[in-house]
Design a protein around this ligand. Structure first.
Ligand code: PEP
Ligand code: MN
Length: 348
């Protein structure tokens, strides 16, 4: 259940309600809404909500009928905004994360970081631990890759998002990354999600390859229930009967999740389509549909990329897309801010 305290509820009143909920067997998560304290009572407790409703300082009590509690809008009506210094994910500004699928070399990471920064991205993406369908494919550079990514991000004033595949990697990846990415294949790795609940860094959970929206929100619930409130979701396409595109990019998931949950929603049209020529139209559509951010693969020499070359944009294509997004975002009351950076010509 969700207990909304009165605007002027005193701290002793709040503590008394927390104690009562814990007595009923609930775990209590406290959050500050618009000027008032909201208490989320989750877990195996039971008790009559009316008993809670009559306590001093209580405004109203709601039952949450959906299985995800802390991720639901009932628990938190306001949007969650995740702030990484001056980069605010979930606010008015649409945040663009971009970079290669994988870190391959110092030069490649540096060139990608420079290119995406110039076009206006705020976050560098790139994997050092790669979940590949084949054990014979490039598996990522590991820690040296993390080091290259973070150094390039710092040089260009970007934040870094990178994937963590296993519990044993969390500490290492968190040393370098500003945002920890949970890949589609790990969306239901519940022990990993539980550990990420204890992490202090923001976490982005990609939608599982065949996951329903409810299953995806339940994965977010695992991290939230562990005490980490900085969770964002990423729509990256789902598997359907269609084979023309690598996945079917579920744009409707963006407004659906935003209605059901307060968590920011990022869209990944690169994995969503698997084809570079379809990334820009789907990125435009995702922003028009209200996505809080985009994550896009960009490579300076995609034909020789070690992973996902076919869906990686050339820097010039990405730059054009960013210019289009700057027109689309304000049409729906969002912004896409870019610091003025010196422009340079591109030959593709
Ligand atoms: C990636 O971001 O490169 C990636 C592997 O994504 P996903 O987990 O969505 O397949
Ligand atoms: Mn990829």
């Amino acid at each position: 259940m969700v207990v909304i305290m009165k605007e002027r509820a005193s701290e002793p009143q709040i503590q008394a309600v927390i104690a009562q909920l814990m007595d009923m067997g609930y775990d209590v998560h406290r959050s500050t809404g618009a000027n008032r304290i909201v208490l989320g009572a989750v877990g195996g407790g039971h008790g009559d909500p009316q008993i809670v409703e009559v306590q001093d300082g209580v405004q109203e009590v709601h039952r949450i009928s959906v299985p995800y509690k802390l991720a639901s809008r009932t628990f938190r009506p306001e949007n969650t905004v995740i702030a990484i210094d001056d980069v605010r994910i979930g606010g008015d500004e649409v945040i663009v994360m971009a970079g290669p699928c994988s870190a391959e070399s110092e030069e490649q990471v540096e060139a990608s970081a420079a290119a995406v920064k110039r076009a206006g991205a705020k976050v560098l993406r790139g994997g050092a631990f790669k979940p590949r369908s084949s054990p014979y494919s490039f598996q990522g550079l590991g820690e040296p890759g993390l080091r290259m990514l973070r150094a390039a991000a710092d040089r260009h004033g970007l934040k870094l998002i990178t994937e963590v595949m296993e519990i044993s990697q969390i500490e290492l990846v968190a040393k370098y990354a500003h945002v920890l990415q949970v890949g589609a294949r790990n969306m239901q790795n519940y022990s990993l999600l539980r550990e990420l609940g204890k992490a202090r860094a923001p976490v982005m959970i990609k939608r599982g390859i065949s996951a329903t929206i409810e299953e995806w929100l339940m994965s977010a619930e695992y991290v939230l229930a562990g005490g980490n409130t900085q969770v964002m979701l990423c729509e990256r396409g789902i598997r359907t009967f269609e084979t023309y595109t690598r996945n079917t990019f579920d744009i409707s998931a963006i407004p659906v999740v935003q209605q059901l949950s307060h968590l920011p929603v990022i869209a990944d049209p690169s994995h969503g389509t698997g084809r570079r020529d379809k990334v820009a139209p789907m990125a435009r559509a995702a922003v028009a549909a209200g996505a809080d951010g985009l994550i896009i693969e960009v490579h300076c020499d995609p034909d020789h990329a070690k992973s996902d070359g076919a869906q990686s944009m050339f820097p010039a294509q990405f730059e054009r897309l960013m210019a289009e997004l700057r027109i689309i975002a304000p049409a729906i009351g969002r912004s896409l801010c870019v610091e003025p950076v010196a422009r340079r010509g591109w030959n593709r």
